[in-house]
Design a protein around this ligand. Structure first.
Ligand code: FMN
Length: 440
Protein backbone atom coordinates (compact mmCIF):
# COMPACT_ATOMS: atom_id res chain seq x y z
CA UNK A 1 0.00 0.00 0.00
CA UNK A 2 1.32 3.46 -0.81
CA UNK A 3 1.71 5.88 2.06
CA UNK A 4 -1.22 8.35 2.15
CA UNK A 5 -0.17 11.95 1.61
CA UNK A 6 -1.57 15.40 2.05
CA UNK A 7 -4.31 16.11 -0.48
CA UNK A 8 -6.56 19.10 -1.07
CA UNK A 9 -9.96 18.87 0.59
CA UNK A 10 -13.16 20.75 -0.16
CA UNK A 11 -16.16 20.56 2.14
CA UNK A 12 -19.51 22.32 2.03
CA UNK A 13 -21.08 23.72 5.15
CA UNK A 14 -24.85 23.65 5.24
CA UNK A 15 -26.79 24.63 8.31
CA UNK A 16 -29.69 22.49 9.37
CA UNK A 17 -32.25 25.17 8.54
CA UNK A 18 -32.28 27.81 5.83
CA UNK A 19 -28.80 27.34 4.42
CA UNK A 20 -28.36 30.92 3.36
CA UNK A 21 -28.51 32.17 6.91
CA UNK A 22 -28.72 35.86 7.47
CA UNK A 23 -29.56 37.29 4.07
CA UNK A 24 -32.50 34.95 3.69
CA UNK A 25 -34.75 37.74 2.41
CA UNK A 26 -32.68 38.35 -0.73
CA UNK A 27 -34.44 37.57 -4.03
CA UNK A 28 -34.11 33.98 -5.16
CA UNK A 29 -33.15 32.57 -1.76
CA UNK A 30 -34.82 29.39 -0.62
CA UNK A 31 -36.66 29.92 2.62
CA UNK A 32 -38.01 26.45 3.31
CA UNK A 33 -34.99 24.16 3.41
CA UNK A 34 -35.81 23.52 7.06
CA UNK A 35 -38.99 21.69 6.11
CA UNK A 36 -38.43 20.71 2.48
CA UNK A 37 -36.09 17.81 1.93
CA UNK A 38 -35.95 18.40 -1.84
CA UNK A 39 -33.95 21.57 -1.23
CA UNK A 40 -31.17 19.63 0.47
CA UNK A 41 -31.35 16.93 -2.15
CA UNK A 42 -30.81 19.54 -4.86
CA UNK A 43 -27.94 21.26 -3.03
CA UNK A 44 -26.20 17.94 -2.62
CA UNK A 45 -26.74 17.13 -6.32
CA UNK A 46 -25.02 20.40 -7.19
CA UNK A 47 -22.18 19.77 -4.75
CA UNK A 48 -21.60 16.30 -6.20
CA UNK A 49 -21.41 17.87 -9.65
CA UNK A 50 -18.77 20.13 -8.09
CA UNK A 51 -16.89 17.08 -6.74
CA UNK A 52 -16.94 18.27 -3.14
CA UNK A 53 -15.58 15.68 -0.68
CA UNK A 54 -18.31 16.15 1.83
CA UNK A 55 -21.18 18.14 3.16
CA UNK A 56 -21.06 19.10 6.78
CA UNK A 57 -24.14 19.77 8.86
CA UNK A 58 -23.65 22.07 11.80
CA UNK A 59 -25.87 21.42 14.80
CA UNK A 60 -26.71 22.79 18.18
CA UNK A 61 -29.68 22.53 20.47
CA UNK A 62 -29.52 25.71 22.48
CA UNK A 63 -32.41 26.79 24.66
CA UNK A 64 -34.23 29.87 23.40
CA UNK A 65 -35.42 31.67 26.52
CA UNK A 66 -36.77 34.58 24.49
CA UNK A 67 -38.29 33.61 21.13
CA UNK A 68 -38.25 37.30 20.17
CA UNK A 69 -34.46 37.01 19.93
CA UNK A 70 -34.72 34.60 17.00
CA UNK A 71 -37.73 36.15 15.35
CA UNK A 72 -35.75 37.58 12.42
CA UNK A 73 -33.20 34.85 11.78
CA UNK A 74 -33.54 31.34 10.38
CA UNK A 75 -31.73 29.77 13.35
CA UNK A 76 -34.82 27.75 14.14
CA UNK A 77 -36.11 25.18 13.26
CA UNK A 78 -33.33 22.73 12.57
CA UNK A 79 -33.45 19.19 11.20
CA UNK A 80 -32.23 16.33 13.28
CA UNK A 81 -28.80 16.00 11.67
CA UNK A 82 -28.47 12.28 11.20
CA UNK A 83 -32.06 11.82 10.07
CA UNK A 84 -31.47 14.38 7.31
CA UNK A 85 -28.17 12.73 6.37
CA UNK A 86 -29.82 9.31 6.23
CA UNK A 87 -32.24 10.63 3.61
CA UNK A 88 -29.36 12.23 1.68
CA UNK A 89 -27.48 8.94 1.79
CA UNK A 90 -30.17 7.55 -0.45
CA UNK A 91 -30.36 10.44 -2.92
CA UNK A 92 -26.58 10.96 -3.35
CA UNK A 93 -23.83 8.62 -4.51
CA UNK A 94 -20.38 9.96 -3.80
CA UNK A 95 -20.29 12.83 -1.38
CA UNK A 96 -19.34 12.36 2.26
CA UNK A 97 -22.02 13.05 4.87
CA UNK A 98 -20.63 14.58 8.04
CA UNK A 99 -23.05 15.26 10.87
CA UNK A 100 -22.59 16.94 14.22
CA UNK A 101 -23.41 15.23 17.50
CA UNK A 102 -22.31 16.50 20.88
CA UNK A 103 -20.43 14.44 23.43
CA UNK A 104 -22.01 16.43 26.25
CA UNK A 105 -25.64 15.48 25.64
CA UNK A 106 -25.46 12.01 24.12
CA UNK A 107 -24.39 8.52 25.11
CA UNK A 108 -21.53 7.01 23.10
CA UNK A 109 -23.41 3.79 22.38
CA UNK A 110 -26.20 5.71 20.65
CA UNK A 111 -23.81 7.79 18.56
CA UNK A 112 -21.67 4.79 17.58
CA UNK A 113 -24.81 3.05 16.40
CA UNK A 114 -26.25 6.06 14.58
CA UNK A 115 -23.06 6.84 12.67
CA UNK A 116 -22.38 3.17 11.88
CA UNK A 117 -25.89 2.91 10.46
CA UNK A 118 -25.37 6.02 8.32
CA UNK A 119 -22.07 4.63 7.11
CA UNK A 120 -23.73 1.43 5.97
CA UNK A 121 -26.72 3.21 4.41
CA UNK A 122 -24.41 5.49 2.42
CA UNK A 123 -21.92 2.81 1.38
CA UNK A 124 -19.10 4.21 3.52
CA UNK A 125 -19.62 7.97 3.38
CA UNK A 126 -20.36 8.86 7.00
CA UNK A 127 -18.49 11.27 9.22
CA UNK A 128 -19.12 12.52 12.73
CA UNK A 129 -18.26 16.06 13.79
CA UNK A 130 -17.37 15.66 17.46
CA UNK A 131 -18.40 18.74 19.43
CA UNK A 132 -18.59 19.37 23.13
CA UNK A 133 -21.33 21.89 22.21
CA UNK A 134 -21.29 25.61 22.75
CA UNK A 135 -24.36 25.44 24.99
CA UNK A 136 -27.58 23.57 25.57
CA UNK A 137 -27.22 21.69 28.88
CA UNK A 138 -30.55 23.15 29.98
CA UNK A 139 -32.29 20.86 27.48
CA UNK A 140 -30.63 17.75 28.92
CA UNK A 141 -31.38 17.70 32.62
CA UNK A 142 -28.42 19.93 33.41
CA UNK A 143 -28.80 23.17 35.37
CA UNK A 144 -26.29 24.90 33.07
CA UNK A 145 -23.76 24.20 30.34
CA UNK A 146 -21.01 21.95 31.74
CA UNK A 147 -17.58 23.40 32.36
CA UNK A 148 -15.16 23.57 29.38
CA UNK A 149 -12.47 21.31 30.90
CA UNK A 150 -15.01 18.67 31.95
CA UNK A 151 -16.64 18.76 28.55
CA UNK A 152 -13.34 17.99 26.85
CA UNK A 153 -12.40 15.25 29.30
CA UNK A 154 -15.74 13.60 28.66
CA UNK A 155 -15.26 14.07 24.89
CA UNK A 156 -11.97 12.13 24.88
CA UNK A 157 -13.52 9.21 26.72
CA UNK A 158 -16.67 9.41 24.60
CA UNK A 159 -14.72 9.12 21.34
CA UNK A 160 -12.66 6.22 22.67
CA UNK A 161 -15.84 4.35 23.54
CA UNK A 162 -17.34 5.05 20.11
CA UNK A 163 -14.27 3.88 18.20
CA UNK A 164 -13.99 0.88 20.55
CA UNK A 165 -17.58 -0.01 19.72
CA UNK A 166 -16.93 0.37 15.98
CA UNK A 167 -14.01 -2.03 16.38
CA UNK A 168 -16.06 -4.49 18.43
CA UNK A 169 -17.20 -6.49 15.43
CA UNK A 170 -14.15 -7.32 13.33
CA UNK A 171 -14.40 -7.67 9.55
CA UNK A 172 -15.45 -11.19 8.65
CA UNK A 173 -17.37 -11.70 11.88
CA UNK A 174 -20.70 -12.06 10.14
CA UNK A 175 -20.84 -15.48 8.47
CA UNK A 176 -24.56 -15.85 7.67
CA UNK A 177 -23.83 -19.44 6.73
CA UNK A 178 -27.06 -21.35 6.21
CA UNK A 179 -25.27 -24.67 5.81
CA UNK A 180 -23.37 -24.63 9.08
CA UNK A 181 -26.01 -22.64 10.89
CA UNK A 182 -23.33 -20.20 12.06
CA UNK A 183 -24.53 -16.60 11.92
CA UNK A 184 -21.35 -15.09 13.25
CA UNK A 185 -17.87 -16.03 14.33
CA UNK A 186 -17.73 -15.35 18.08
CA UNK A 187 -13.94 -15.08 17.98
CA UNK A 188 -14.31 -11.91 15.89
CA UNK A 189 -16.79 -10.22 18.20
CA UNK A 190 -15.19 -8.36 21.11
CA UNK A 191 -17.17 -6.96 24.00
CA UNK A 192 -15.78 -3.61 25.09
CA UNK A 193 -16.24 -3.73 28.88
CA UNK A 194 -15.27 -0.08 29.19
CA UNK A 195 -15.34 1.48 32.64
CA UNK A 196 -14.13 5.06 32.88
CA UNK A 197 -14.83 8.33 34.66
CA UNK A 198 -17.91 9.12 32.59
CA UNK A 199 -19.02 5.91 30.91
CA UNK A 200 -19.60 2.27 31.60
CA UNK A 201 -20.26 0.44 28.35
CA UNK A 202 -20.24 -3.31 27.86
CA UNK A 203 -20.58 -3.65 24.06
CA UNK A 204 -20.28 -5.09 21.51
CA UNK A 205 -22.10 -2.64 19.26
CA UNK A 206 -25.36 -3.89 17.85
CA UNK A 207 -25.26 -2.06 14.53
CA UNK A 208 -24.32 -2.81 10.92
CA UNK A 209 -20.50 -2.81 10.84
CA UNK A 210 -19.36 0.45 9.23
CA UNK A 211 -18.16 0.09 5.63
CA UNK A 212 -15.21 2.37 6.49
CA UNK A 213 -14.60 0.33 9.65
CA UNK A 214 -14.21 3.68 11.33
CA UNK A 215 -16.28 6.53 9.90
CA UNK A 216 -14.33 9.78 9.53
CA UNK A 217 -14.02 11.92 12.67
CA UNK A 218 -14.29 15.69 12.32
CA UNK A 219 -13.52 18.19 15.08
CA UNK A 220 -13.42 21.95 15.49
CA UNK A 221 -12.07 22.65 18.94
CA UNK A 222 -9.66 25.54 18.89
CA UNK A 223 -8.89 26.35 22.54
CA UNK A 224 -5.92 24.44 24.02
CA UNK A 225 -8.04 21.45 25.12
CA UNK A 226 -10.02 21.71 21.88
CA UNK A 227 -6.86 21.52 19.78
CA UNK A 228 -5.62 18.59 21.84
CA UNK A 229 -8.79 16.68 21.07
CA UNK A 230 -8.60 17.63 17.38
CA UNK A 231 -4.94 16.60 17.27
CA UNK A 232 -5.59 13.24 18.91
CA UNK A 233 -8.73 12.12 17.09
CA UNK A 234 -9.69 14.66 14.39
CA UNK A 235 -9.28 13.71 10.76
CA UNK A 236 -11.15 16.66 9.30
CA UNK A 237 -10.58 19.76 11.41
CA UNK A 238 -12.76 22.82 10.97
CA UNK A 239 -11.46 26.20 12.01
CA UNK A 240 -12.01 29.91 11.43
CA UNK A 241 -8.90 31.81 10.37
CA UNK A 242 -8.77 35.28 8.94
CA UNK A 243 -5.34 35.43 7.31
CA UNK A 244 -2.74 32.97 6.03
CA UNK A 245 -0.29 33.72 8.85
CA UNK A 246 -2.93 32.86 11.45
CA UNK A 247 -3.86 29.78 9.41
CA UNK A 248 -0.24 28.63 9.30
CA UNK A 249 0.20 29.17 13.03
CA UNK A 250 -2.96 27.24 13.82
CA UNK A 251 -2.10 24.38 11.49
CA UNK A 252 1.49 24.16 12.75
CA UNK A 253 0.24 24.07 16.33
CA UNK A 254 -2.30 21.31 15.65
CA UNK A 255 0.30 19.29 13.73
CA UNK A 256 2.73 19.72 16.61
CA UNK A 257 0.13 18.42 19.07
CA UNK A 258 -0.78 15.59 16.65
CA UNK A 259 2.85 14.49 16.44
CA UNK A 260 2.65 13.62 20.16
CA UNK A 261 0.03 11.04 19.19
CA UNK A 262 2.06 9.68 16.29
CA UNK A 263 -0.07 11.50 13.73
CA UNK A 264 0.99 13.83 10.93
CA UNK A 265 -0.15 15.68 7.81
CA UNK A 266 -1.40 12.49 6.21
CA UNK A 267 -3.89 11.98 9.04
CA UNK A 268 -5.53 15.39 9.18
CA UNK A 269 -7.26 17.81 6.85
CA UNK A 270 -7.47 21.28 8.37
CA UNK A 271 -10.25 23.30 6.76
CA UNK A 272 -10.87 26.95 7.61
CA UNK A 273 -14.32 28.27 6.78
CA UNK A 274 -14.66 30.53 3.74
CA UNK A 275 -17.77 32.41 2.60
CA UNK A 276 -17.35 33.15 -1.12
CA UNK A 277 -19.14 35.59 -3.40
CA UNK A 278 -18.04 34.56 -6.85
CA UNK A 279 -18.94 36.39 -10.04
CA UNK A 280 -18.20 36.37 -13.77
CA UNK A 281 -16.35 39.64 -13.21
CA UNK A 282 -15.30 41.72 -10.21
CA UNK A 283 -18.36 43.90 -10.70
CA UNK A 284 -20.64 40.88 -10.82
CA UNK A 285 -19.12 39.46 -7.62
CA UNK A 286 -19.35 42.79 -5.89
CA UNK A 287 -22.98 43.19 -6.94
CA UNK A 288 -23.76 39.81 -5.36
CA UNK A 289 -21.99 40.83 -2.19
CA UNK A 290 -23.83 44.16 -2.08
CA UNK A 291 -27.13 42.29 -2.46
CA UNK A 292 -26.16 40.11 0.49
CA UNK A 293 -25.25 43.19 2.54
CA UNK A 294 -28.49 44.90 1.58
CA UNK A 295 -30.59 42.02 2.82
CA UNK A 296 -28.44 41.17 5.81
CA UNK A 297 -30.05 42.24 9.05
CA UNK A 298 -27.06 44.29 10.21
CA UNK A 299 -28.18 44.71 13.80
CA UNK A 300 -29.01 41.05 14.15
CA UNK A 301 -25.79 39.92 12.50
CA UNK A 302 -23.63 42.16 14.71
CA UNK A 303 -25.57 41.07 17.78
CA UNK A 304 -25.12 37.43 16.77
CA UNK A 305 -21.39 37.82 16.21
CA UNK A 306 -20.94 39.73 19.47
CA UNK A 307 -22.67 36.97 21.39
CA UNK A 308 -21.00 34.15 19.46
CA UNK A 309 -17.54 35.57 20.09
CA UNK A 310 -18.46 36.68 23.64
CA UNK A 311 -17.08 40.18 23.04
CA UNK A 312 -18.66 41.57 26.17
CA UNK A 313 -20.10 44.45 24.11
CA UNK A 314 -22.96 44.42 21.66
CA UNK A 315 -21.53 45.72 18.38
CA UNK A 316 -25.02 46.40 17.08
CA UNK A 317 -25.25 49.24 19.60
CA UNK A 318 -21.92 50.76 18.47
CA UNK A 319 -22.05 53.55 15.82
CA UNK A 320 -21.62 51.78 12.48
CA UNK A 321 -18.70 53.96 11.35
CA UNK A 322 -16.78 54.41 14.59
CA UNK A 323 -13.69 52.21 15.21
CA UNK A 324 -14.53 49.63 17.85
CA UNK A 325 -12.84 49.90 21.21
CA UNK A 326 -12.80 46.84 23.39
CA UNK A 327 -12.10 46.98 27.11
CA UNK A 328 -11.15 43.93 29.13
CA UNK A 329 -12.86 40.88 27.61
CA UNK A 330 -13.70 38.13 30.10
CA UNK A 331 -12.70 34.68 28.86
CA UNK A 332 -15.70 32.69 27.73
CA UNK A 333 -16.69 29.12 28.60
CA UNK A 334 -18.19 28.71 25.14
CA UNK A 335 -16.42 29.63 21.89
CA UNK A 336 -12.93 30.38 23.24
CA UNK A 337 -11.20 30.28 19.90
CA UNK A 338 -13.68 32.44 18.02
CA UNK A 339 -13.46 34.92 20.85
CA UNK A 340 -9.71 35.34 20.61
CA UNK A 341 -9.77 35.40 16.81
CA UNK A 342 -12.23 38.30 16.65
CA UNK A 343 -10.83 40.13 19.69
CA UNK A 344 -7.27 40.01 18.30
CA UNK A 345 -8.43 41.25 14.91
CA UNK A 346 -10.43 44.13 16.41
CA UNK A 347 -7.48 45.18 18.62
CA UNK A 348 -5.07 45.02 15.71
CA UNK A 349 -7.09 46.54 12.84
CA UNK A 350 -9.46 48.84 14.79
CA UNK A 351 -12.37 48.09 12.42
CA UNK A 352 -15.78 49.75 12.50
CA UNK A 353 -18.92 47.61 12.81
CA UNK A 354 -19.42 48.14 9.07
CA UNK A 355 -15.97 46.64 8.43
CA UNK A 356 -16.91 43.68 10.59
CA UNK A 357 -19.93 42.98 8.41
CA UNK A 358 -17.78 43.11 5.26
CA UNK A 359 -15.10 40.77 6.62
CA UNK A 360 -16.93 38.16 8.63
CA UNK A 361 -20.09 36.16 8.54
CA UNK A 362 -22.23 36.18 11.62
CA UNK A 363 -20.45 32.97 12.69
CA UNK A 364 -17.02 34.64 12.41
CA UNK A 365 -15.88 33.12 9.10
CA UNK A 366 -13.91 34.98 6.45
CA UNK A 367 -15.74 36.47 3.47
CA UNK A 368 -14.13 36.59 0.03
CA UNK A 369 -15.51 38.45 -2.98
CA UNK A 370 -14.13 38.03 -6.51
CA UNK A 371 -13.88 36.17 -9.76
CA UNK A 372 -13.19 32.45 -9.92
CA UNK A 373 -9.56 33.20 -10.60
CA UNK A 374 -9.20 35.50 -7.59
CA UNK A 375 -10.91 33.03 -5.33
CA UNK A 376 -8.81 30.14 -6.62
CA UNK A 377 -5.65 32.27 -6.12
CA UNK A 378 -6.61 32.78 -2.52
CA UNK A 379 -7.48 29.13 -1.92
CA UNK A 380 -4.37 27.89 -3.68
CA UNK A 381 -2.15 30.32 -1.78
CA UNK A 382 -3.42 29.10 1.57
CA UNK A 383 -3.04 25.47 0.53
CA UNK A 384 0.44 25.74 -1.00
CA UNK A 385 1.85 27.71 1.94
CA UNK A 386 0.57 25.32 4.58
CA UNK A 387 -2.11 27.63 5.96
CA UNK A 388 -4.86 25.10 5.17
CA UNK A 389 -5.42 21.67 3.64
CA UNK A 390 -8.50 22.95 1.88
CA UNK A 391 -11.63 24.85 2.82
CA UNK A 392 -15.04 24.40 4.29
CA UNK A 393 -17.17 26.51 1.98
CA UNK A 394 -19.85 28.39 3.87
CA UNK A 395 -22.55 29.27 1.44
CA UNK A 396 -24.29 32.55 2.14
CA UNK A 397 -26.82 31.95 -0.60
CA UNK A 398 -28.79 28.92 -1.73
CA UNK A 399 -29.31 27.68 -4.32
CA UNK A 400 -27.62 30.45 -6.36
CA UNK A 401 -24.50 30.75 -4.22
CA UNK A 402 -23.90 27.01 -4.48
CA UNK A 403 -24.59 27.04 -8.21
CA UNK A 404 -22.20 29.97 -8.80
CA UNK A 405 -19.39 28.30 -6.92
CA UNK A 406 -19.85 25.00 -8.73
CA UNK A 407 -20.16 26.66 -12.14
CA UNK A 408 -17.35 29.21 -11.78
CA UNK A 409 -14.88 28.37 -9.01
CA UNK A 410 -14.85 24.58 -9.24
CA UNK A 411 -13.56 24.39 -12.86
CA UNK A 412 -10.81 26.85 -11.94
CA UNK A 413 -9.75 24.71 -8.95
CA UNK A 414 -9.82 21.64 -11.19
CA UNK A 415 -7.73 23.36 -13.88
CA UNK A 416 -5.08 24.02 -11.26
CA UNK A 417 -4.98 20.36 -10.29
CA UNK A 418 -6.23 21.07 -6.78
CA UNK A 419 -9.67 19.55 -6.97
CA UNK A 420 -10.52 16.14 -8.44
CA UNK A 421 -12.41 16.03 -11.74
CA UNK A 422 -14.06 12.80 -10.69
CA UNK A 423 -14.49 10.85 -7.49
CA UNK A 424 -11.74 8.27 -7.29
CA UNK A 425 -12.63 6.65 -3.97
CA UNK A 426 -15.65 4.68 -2.92
CA UNK A 427 -15.74 5.95 0.65
CA UNK A 428 -15.34 9.37 2.25
CA UNK A 429 -12.08 8.18 3.81
CA UNK A 430 -10.76 7.20 0.39
CA UNK A 431 -11.87 10.44 -1.23
CA UNK A 432 -10.12 12.41 1.49
CA UNK A 433 -7.04 10.23 1.10
CA UNK A 434 -7.04 9.39 4.81
CA UNK A 435 -5.43 6.25 6.22
CA UNK A 436 -7.52 3.59 7.94
CA UNK A 437 -7.04 4.07 11.69
CA UNK A 438 -8.85 0.89 12.73
CA UNK A 439 -6.80 -1.65 14.63
CA UNK A 440 -6.88 -5.14 13.12
C1 FMN B 1 -16.75 25.27 11.10
C2 FMN B 1 -17.11 25.04 12.52
C3 FMN B 1 -18.24 24.30 12.79
C4 FMN B 1 -18.64 24.06 14.09
N1 FMN B 1 -19.76 23.35 14.29
C5 FMN B 1 -20.24 23.23 15.54
C6 FMN B 1 -21.48 22.60 15.76
O1 FMN B 1 -22.11 22.12 14.83
N2 FMN B 1 -21.96 22.54 17.03
C7 FMN B 1 -21.27 23.06 18.09
O2 FMN B 1 -21.76 22.98 19.22
N3 FMN B 1 -20.08 23.65 17.91
C8 FMN B 1 -19.57 23.75 16.66
N4 FMN B 1 -18.38 24.38 16.46
C9 FMN B 1 -17.67 24.89 17.63
C10 FMN B 1 -16.56 23.98 18.03
O3 FMN B 1 -17.00 22.69 18.34
C11 FMN B 1 -15.83 24.55 19.22
O4 FMN B 1 -16.66 24.59 20.34
C12 FMN B 1 -15.38 25.94 18.94
O5 FMN B 1 -14.56 25.94 17.81
C13 FMN B 1 -14.65 26.53 20.11
O6 FMN B 1 -13.55 25.76 20.44
P1 FMN B 1 -13.25 25.41 21.92
O7 FMN B 1 -14.47 24.69 22.43
O8 FMN B 1 -12.05 24.54 21.87
O9 FMN B 1 -13.07 26.69 22.61
C14 FMN B 1 -17.91 24.60 15.17
C15 FMN B 1 -16.75 25.33 14.89
C16 FMN B 1 -16.35 25.56 13.59
C17 FMN B 1 -15.10 26.33 13.33
Amino acid sequence: MTEPKRTFALGAYLTGSATNGDAWRAPGEDVDADITFARYRDYVDLLEQGRFDSIFLYDNVLPVPDPAAVADTPALPRWDTFTLLAALAVTSRHIGLIGTASTSFNEPYNIARRVASLDRLSGGRAGWNVVTATGGGENFNLPRHPDHADRYERAHEFVDVVTGLWDSIAPGALLRDKRSGRWLDPALVRPLNHKGRFFSVAGPLNAPPPVQRRPVLAQAGASGPGRDLAARIGEVIYTAEYDPAAGRAYRADVLDRAARHGRGEAHLRILPGLAPFVGESDDDARAKFETYLRYLDHGDSLRGLSAYASLGVDLSAWPRDRPIELGEVAETNSHKSRQSLIVDWIRRDRPTPRDVLRHFTRGGHRIIVGTAREIADDIEGWYRTGAADGFNIMFTSAPDGIRDFVRLAVPELQRRGLLRTDYTGRTLRENLGLPDPATP
